[in-house]
Design a protein around this ligand. Structure first.
Ligand code: NAD
Ligand code: TYD
Length: 380
C-alpha cells in the first residue's frame, strides 16, 4: 500500500508516545505510523494492544542512539516526518544515573537529527514537506517562585483555562522565551537536546519544531510517577511517600490533550517555532494527593478519608523544583488549542482507568512484562 506519509514516532511504547501513536493510527489511516522504541523498563507494548493489528501501524525495536540503524530505517521506511518522544523521563532516576540520561536524551536526539538530515538531504526534494518535531518539557525552564502560597484566582497576567481549578501560586509563568535554567540531570539533558534541535535548524535548515509541555497525567503512565504510583499504593494500602512538605506545585495536563496538541502542531505549527503546552492547572502536590485519595476511596467504596493515614512525609528530592507553570497562550491564540478536559473530570477518568486495569498494573509491578519482552526479542 502506498501511504500518503511515513511518520516515525520514537518512544511510542511509553506513556505519552502510546497516546500519540493511537491518535495518529486511528485518525490518519492513510499515514503509515512507525513506532520505534527500545523497550526500556518504561516501554510497554501492552499500551498499544488495541491498535497493533491496524494495517497502517508497525513497530520497530531499536535504540535511538544507534545511528547506523536509524539511518537505515529512515531509508527503508522513507520517513518524511518524525515525532520524537523517546527519552529517559524520570527525575529521580536521573539523580541516581545521569549518564543514561545524557546518552539517551542528548546523544539519542543527536543521532536522530543527523540521520534525518543526511537522509532528507539525499532526496531530490530535500527538506521540502519534512518535519522533525521534538517533544520537550517545561522543566528546562527551571523553577518559578511560589509568591502566592495560598493561590490566586484569575485573571492572572495570562489567559485562564477551561479548568474549574484555575488558580495560580505566583504571577510569573514559563513563556516560550523564558531563559533555560535546568536543575536536574533529567532537565539538563532535555535542555541540551532542545539546543541541538534548534542548532540543526539554524545551521543546516532542518525543518524542526519544539514544544515544551507541563506534567501529563492519564492512562498508561509508568507507576514510578506520582499519580499512578499513589493510586496503586492506595489500592494496596501502602504508604504514600510525599517529598518534603508536599508544597511543590505542578501544572497538570490530561495526556490526550497533549496528544491533540502534538497532532495540531505537527500539521499546522510553524517551522523553527517553539510552543508551550500546559493546562493552566496548578496544584500543590499535597492538595492533588488529597484529591487522588478522595477519588480512589470513593470509587473503591471506602469511607471518606479512609486512606489519608497513608500519607507519609519523606526526605525531599535533591534540587526539587518548587513550581512549574506554563503559559500556553501562544498555542491557544495561534493554533486555537485548549485543554478539553476539566481537571476534576480528567482525574476521575484516570483513577477509574487504573482501578479497572489492574492486570496492566500488576504485570508491571510484578516485573513480568520485562521478562516477557526479553524472551520475545531474544536474539533479534
Ligand atoms: P516514558 O518514560 O513513559 O516513555 C519513554 C519511552 O521511550 C519508553 O517507551 C522507552 O522504552 C523509550 N526509550 C527510552 N530510551 C530509548 C532509546 N534509547 N531508544 C528508543 N526508545 C527509548 O516517557 P513519557 O512520560 O511518555 O515522556 C515522553 C516524552 O515526553 C519525553 O521526551 C519526555 O521528556 C516528554 N515529556 C513528558 C512529560 C510527562 O509529564 N510525562 C511532560 C512533558 C514532556
Ligand atoms: P513526578 O511524577 O516524578 O513528575 P516531575 O518530577 O517530573 O514533576 O513528580 C511530581 C511531583 O510529585 C514532584 O513535585 C515530585 C513529587 N513526588 C512525591 O512527592 N512523591 C513521589 O513518590 C513521587 C514519585 C513524586
Amino acid at each position: 500500500m502506498n501511504f500518503k506519509r511515513n511518520i516515525l514516532i520514537t518512544g511510542g511504547a511509553g506513556f505519552i508516545g502510546s497516546h500519540v501513536v493511537r491518535l495518529f493510527v486511528r485518525k490518519y489511516p492513510d499515514y503509515r505510523i512507525i513506532n520505534l522504541d527500545k523497550l526500556t523498563y518504561a516501554g510497554n507494548l501492552a499500551n498499544l494492544e488495541d491498535i497493533e493489528q491496524e494495517p497502517n501501524y508497525c513497530f520497530v525495536k531499536a535504540d535511538i542512539c544507534d545511528f547506523e540503524r536509524i539511518y537505515a530505517l529512515m531509508q527503508e521506511y522513507r520517513i518524511d516526518g518524525i515525532i520524537h518522544l523517546a527519552a529517559e523521563s524520570h527525575v529521580d532516576r536521573s539523580i541516581k544515573d545521569p549518564f543514561t540520561f545524557a546518552r539517551t536524551n542528548v546523544m539519542g536526539t543527536l543521532s536522530l537529527l543527523q540521520a534525518a538530515k543526511l537522509y532528507w538531504e539525499s532526496l531530490p526534494e530535500k527538506f521540502e514537506g519534512k518535519r522533525f518535531y521534538h517533544i520537550s518539557t517545561d522543566e528546562v525552564y527551571g523553577a518559578l517562585e511560589l509568591t502566592h502560597p495560598e493561590g490566586i484566582e484569575p485573571p492572572f497576567t495570562t489567559t485562564a483555562s477551561s479548568s474549574e481549578h484555575h488558580q495560580a501560586y505566583g504571577t510569573d509563568f514559563f513563556y516560550e522565551d523564558t531563559k533555560y535554567n535546568p536543575h536536574s540531570p533529567y532537565s539538563a539533558a532535555k535542555a541540551s537536546s532542545d539546543h541541538f534541535v534548534r542548532a540543526y535548524h539554524d545551521t543546516y535548515g532542518l525543518p524542526t519544531i519544539v514544544t515544551n509541555c507541563s506534567n501529563n497525567y492519564g492512562p498508561y503512565q509508568f507507576p514510578e510517577k506520582l499519580i499512578p504510583l499513589f493510586i496503586n499504593n492506595i489500592r494496596h494500602r501502602k504508604p504514600l511517600p510525599v517529598y518534603g512538605k508536599g508544597e511543590n506545585v505542578r501544572d497538570w495536563l490530561y495526556v490526550e490533550d497533549h496528544a491533540r496538541a502534538i497532532d495540531l502542531i505537527f500539521h499546522e505549527g510553524k517551522t523553527a517555532e517553539t510552543y508551550n503546552i500546559g493546562g493552566f492547572n496548578e496544584w500543590k502536590n499535597i492538595d492533588l494527593i488529597k484529591v487522588i485519595i478522595a477519588t480512589v476511596d470513593r470509587l473503591l467504596g471506602n469511607a471518606e478519608g479512609a486512606s489519608l493515614d497513608l500519607i507519609t512525609y519523606v526526605t525531599d528530592r535533591a534540587g526539587h523544583d518548587l513550581r512549574y507553570a506554563i503559559d500556553s497562550t501562544k498555542l491557544q491564540k495561534e493554533l486555537g488549542w485548549e485543554p478539553s478536559l476539566q481537571f476534576e473530570e480528567g482525574i476521575e477518568k484516570t483513577v477509574r482507568w487504573y482501578l479497572d486495569n489492574q492486570p496492566w498494573m500488576d504485570r508491571i509491578t510484578s516485573g513480568e512484562y520485562e521478562k516477557y519482552y526479553e524472551e520475545m526479542y531474544k536474539g533479534r
